[in-house]
Write a protein that binds this ligand. Structure first.
Ligand SMILES: Cc1cc2nc3c(=O)[nH]c(=O)nc-3n(C[C@H](O)[C@H](O)[C@H](O)COP(=O)(O)O)c2cc1C
Length: 153
């Protein structure tokens, strides 16, 4: 059994719903799961977890300006990057909207950022179109979560 922390950064709740579904898959596999909003995560909580899944929404100007990592994640990332990220194993996911030019770009940016600061990040990311409400979404969530479990074995 592993202790797994899921951090969410969500404005309208879709990323939270994906986190809940990932949490169910992990719990069913016998792991202990804590889901926390990025702003509420404490230093002690971050330091205590080697296995962390990070979820984010993506907003962009949808013009020539590229998307960005949501500013709400800044405080969390400041703490994380001082908490030996090189000893931790990450998976990144998020809710996205295919009508925008930069589909789920914050997921990719966050993956690159955590890697830049030395974190071990699973290559596969999970991007769900808005809410996780279709059988295909559930299949994708299960596949991503099982891939993460293999990654941290
Ligand atoms: C102003 C605005 C800009 C957005 N830009 C993007 C974007 O560039 N790429 C994308 O995939 N989704 C974009 N979205 C869609 C959100 O990522 C999507 O609604 C997502 O479900 C929000 O997640 P949340 O419910 O966890 O906050 C944008 C939404 C808004 C309102």
């Amino acid at each position: 059994m592993k202790n797994i922390l899921i951090i969410t950064c969500s404005l309208s709740g879709c990323t939270d719903l994906i986190a809940d579904e990932i949490g169910k898959v992990l719990s069913n596999a016998g792991h202990h799961v804590t889901i926390e909003i990025s702003d509420d995560a404490t230093q002690a909580q971050i330091e205590a977890h080697d296995f962390i899944l990070l979820g984010t929404y993506t907003y962009s100007m949808n013009t020539e300006n590229e998307a960005f990592i949501p500013f709400e994640l800044e405080d969390f990332l400041d703490i994380l990057y001082k908490a030996h990220p090189e000893e931790k194993y990450f998976g990144i996911f998020g809710s996205c909207d295919a009508t925008y030019k930069f589909f789920g770009e914050a997921v990719n940016l966050l993956q690159a950022d955590v890697e830049k600061y030395g974190g071990n990040v699973m290559a596969e990311v999970l991007k769900i179109e808005l809410e996780p409400d279709t059988p295909a979404d559930r299949t994708a969530i299960e596949a991503f979560t099982n891939q993460y479990l293999k990654y941290i074995q």
